[in-house]
Design a binder for this molecule. Structure first.
Ligand code: 26M
Length: 822
């Protein structure tokens, strides 16, 4: 029946209209007169989903037939952002759908706004996983993303009286049209209890694990479509349920409430995303989440291996498993356990398969973020895994002894178990030992891992180490979020750059074309006007669209130094107060980002920014030359609105702390200039775009270490720098806190007496650099030229390039093109 087929797959405007109305009727059970905006959104989402399904099934059929080698990307976070717009872009039907809905009297932008984004991640690490899924599908690489389907994602942020308030994120409350539950592929995960040794029928020593609890994992699949390919890969997220087959009655001797409680405990596992991005707190539930999704995913891979008639001994030929930080590092012990205890394999073969399958990416240089689990907690939840880890450690330390005889200090440092005080399992060490590849996410970061954080492991296994500089997807962060710039660029150089970002280089030919520069500038201006309207509506603040849009959007953390930015704002404010007629280039300071709910200092910095905003925005002396805007509830959806409007991107972390950064790339790709330290990927961005098109300042990583080594004294800077002292005194005086001199005291004390992230040491360099920014901005032609050259030279930072590098150097995997047969 051709008519029905066409309604599900056709891409013409007529067909899309028909399908849309059909879905409104048969899926939402509504007709136009009574449909809500959400009904329309859902009808459109289902219309798009139908078109994805055809590609998804074709892809699955071909991967199964060919038993294609597959990347398993294991990540506790996937920060996908809204699906609808991205799927329209990747399907290549954005314009057709826009027309179709408009002919039905609807506005596509309006419908896109309806989508509640799945905020299943904290920040950079989760968003990177999402960009990588997009690139793997676009490059036609067979891949599966594995993670947790949190019922509550990252909290929504409200600002009350200047303070951050957290609200639960109920992203599923209207249903999720992008996923399909696959209860037929449920798996079981054991927790707690104890182990028993026994001798099997061949007389071999074996271990049996008697768990205290068993949790059921149910996969929920979301199709991940590549850009203008037929490849649709899968994001498979697990929800935890209590197994109904489990005999609660017998277990709890008629304790009904206890049984219900046990059910609730099971469901807890996928209830909520931990909102930290910087500290490992040793929480039992967090470890349970990790083993839960890792075990589900590995069991799922083993099921696929068997279904495709691949012998288990060839697991590593079928799958390569990339560990996104240490959150899934328990995979080392779990894969060993599955192979040995559940599939009767011997230790040596299991170990060889494990090492060949796993690869580890590190994302942090903060010592407090390196995950460690107290042994007692670990044993009570994962008794069998602890035994396996002890055995891995035994073999590993023998290896270390052989390579470095007589170096007992090294053994102590490298052991999988930290025995310096309370005993801990060191997850980064486990990941290093159990993987064949260890990579950092920017050149500087990888170098610092080798020299510092993982130095002993680098000396032990130099061949395992490699760098994979992060990248971002130009589909979401240009084509979807910045259609105006996309169209201008494509009108000049064609649209090959969307898949081959290096082609942006061709823009350099137009940098001296006045007409092109003019268009470039008017587009940036138009986008800024849109953001002005948004800010007016959201915050009730009137912003000058001709001012420098100076934006810092990222998680709040002291090492990222949003408060250094604050010191600059107050410096300018003080200059105006001292000399109201001073000639200052107008600026709008825009902030977005969340603080971990338990991170007091980060929350105080948010309060400080909002307090500065209240004073600066309302002081008549300022005469609208400065505005400070805190945009609440920063998210992927919101990021897409912000990057295109930026003139200046703030990437001002203390050198040696930001592993890479990816916001830096998204801003630059949208024509913002960067003010930044030589940290993370900033170093490589500056190398690419040219030092003359980049505002660099501050201490380098080696200078930071040297300064700390010789004894850093922030008070010296305070006393010797007049402007800095005036800024600190202004805050201390209560000027931004209605005379309350106590409010910001903890922040000021921390700066004056410790200043762990060297704000004072970098203050003058930062101010000088900002003064230069203001100067350069006045030469609008020069600024535009720099902006164009930034975009033209950002080709390296596509996540397609990152994924190609992973494929070549770590995964040894080729693309598998998909034909759209019936
Ligand atoms: C750990 C334990 C308990 C709960 C949560 C965590 C945790 C969650 C996320 C710790 C760290 C998390 O993320 C770290 C992160 O986002 N790192 C960033 O990774 C980006 C992608 O590589 C880099 O660009 C950033 O520089 C880096 O900060």
């Amino acid at each position: 029946n051709l008519q029905i087929e066409d309604d599900r797959t056709g891409l013409s405007v007529e067909c899309l209209k028909r399908a849309f109305l059909d879905n409104l009727f048969y899926v939402q059970g509504k007709f136009p007169k009574i449909a809500t905006k959400n009904d329309y959104y859902m009808a459109l989402a289902y219309t798009v989903r139908d078109r994805l399904l055809q590609r998804w099934i074709n892809t699955a059929v071909i991967y199964t037939e060919r038993a294609s080698r597959t990347v398993s990307y294991l990540s506790a976070e996937f920060l996908m952002g809204p699906h609808l717009g991205n799927n329209l872009v990747n399907l290549g039907i954005y314009d057709q759908v826009k027309q179709a809905v408009s002919e039905l009297g609807l506005d596509l932008e309006d419908l896109l706004e309806q989508e509640e984004e799945p905020g299943l991640g904290n920040g950079g690490l989760g968003r990177l996983a999402a960009c990588y899924l997009d690139s793997m599908a676009t490059l036609e690489i067979p891949s599966l993303g594995y993670g947790i389907r949190y019922e509550f994602g990252i909290f929504d942020q409200d600002i009350r009286d200047g303070w951050q308030v957290e609200i639960t994120d109920k992203w599923l409350h209207c249903g999720n049209p992008w996923e399909i539950a696959r209860p037929e592929w449920e798996v079981y995960v054991k927790l707690g209890g104890h182990t028993e040794a026994y001798t099997d029928e061949h007389g071999r020593y074996r271990v049996r694990w008697i768990p205290y609890q068993v949790v059921k994992g149910v996969p929920h699949d979301t199709p991940i479509l590549g850009y203008k390919t037929n490849t649709a890969n899968t994001l498979r997220l697990w929800t935890a349920e209590a197994p109904e087959s489990f005999d609660f009655g017998a277990f709890n001797s008629g304790d009904y409430l206890g049984a219900v409680q046990a059910k609730m405990v099971s469901e807890n596992l996928s209830k909520v995303l931990y909102p930290n991005d910087d500290s490992s707190q040793g929480k039992r539930l967090r470890l349970a989440q990790q083993i839960f999704f890792v075990s589900c995913s590995l069991q799922d891979m083993i099921r696929i291996v068997f279904r495709q008639n691949v012998p288990l001994e060839k697991f590593h030929e079928k799958f390569v498993v990339q560990l996104n930080d240490t959150h899934p590092a328990i995979a080392v012990a779990e894969l060993m356990r599955l192979l040995i205890d559940e599939h009767d394999m011997g230790w040596d073969q299991a170990w060889s398969i494990t090492q060949k399958s796993l690869a580890y990416t590190n994302h942090t240089l903060l010592p407090e973020a390196l995950e460690r689990w107290p042994i007692s907690l670990f044993r009570s939840l994962l008794p069998r895994h602890l035994e396996i880890i002890y055995e891995i450690n035994y073999h590993f330390l023998e290896e270390v002894k052989a390579k470095f005889p007589g170096d007992s200090d090294r053994l102590r440092r490298m052991s999988l178990i930290d025995e310096s005080g309370e005993k801990y399992v060191r997850m980064a060490h486990l990941a290093c030992v159990g993987s064949h590849s260890i990579n950092g996410v920017a050149a500087l970061h990888t170098k610092l891992l080798q020299q510092d954080v993982l130095r002993d492991f680098y000396q032990m296994y130099p061949e395992k180490f490699n760098n994979k500089t992060n990248g971002v997807t130009p589909r979401r962060f240009m084509v979807l979020s910045n259609p105006r710039l996309t169209n201008l660029i494509s009108s000049k150089i064609g649209d090959s750059w969307i898949k081959h970002l290096k082609d942006l280089k061709k823009l350099e030919a137009f940098v001296d074309d006045p007409e092109f520069c003019h268009q470039w500038r008017s587009i940036k201006s138009a986008i800024k006007h849109d953001l002005v309207a948004y800010i007016q509506k959201q915050n009730g603040i009137s912003v000058n669209p001709d001012s420098i849009f100076d934006i810092q959007a990222k998680r709040f953390h002291e090492y990222k130094r949003q408060h250094l930015n604050a010191l600059h704002i107050i410096t300018l404010y003080n200059r105006i107060k001292a000399n109201p007629d001073i000639d200052i280039t107008p600026r709008t300071f825009i902030f977005g980002g969340k603080a971990a709910p338990g991170y007091y200092m980060a929350k105080l910095i948010i309060k400080l920014l909002n307090s500065i905003a209240d004073v600066v925005n309302n002081d008549p002396d300022v005469r609208d030359r400065l505005k400070v805007v805190f945009l609440k509830d920063y998210s992927v959806k919101f990021a897409q609105r912000v990057y295109p409007a930026a003139d200046l991107s703030e990437q001002i972390s203390m050198a040696g702390k930001e592993a890479s950064g990816t916001g830096n790339m998204k801003f630059a790709l949208n024509g913002a200039l960067t003010i930044g330290t030589l940290d993370g990927a900033n170093v490589e961005i500056r190398d690419e775009v040219g030092a003359e098109n980049f505002f660099i300042f501050g201490l380098t990583a080696p200078e930071v270490y040297a300064l700390k080594a010789r004894g850093y004294r922030p008070l010296d800077y305070y006393h010797s720098n007049r402007e800095l002292k005036a800024v600190i005194d202004r805050i201390a005086s209560g000027h931004f806190s209605h005379g309350d001199t106590q409010l910001f005291k903890p922040l000021l004390d921390s700066l004056l007496h410790r200043d762990e992230y060297l704000l004072f040491a970098d203050y003058q360099a930062y101010i000088d650099c900002q003064d230069n920014v203001s100067q350069v901005y006045r030469d609008r032609d020069r600024w535009t030229r720099m902006s164009i050259l930034n975009v033209a030279r950002m080709g390296k930072f596509s996540s397609d390039r990152s994924i190609r590098d992973y494929c070549q150097d770590i995964w040894n995997i080729q693309s598998v093109p998909i034909e759209l047969g019936e």
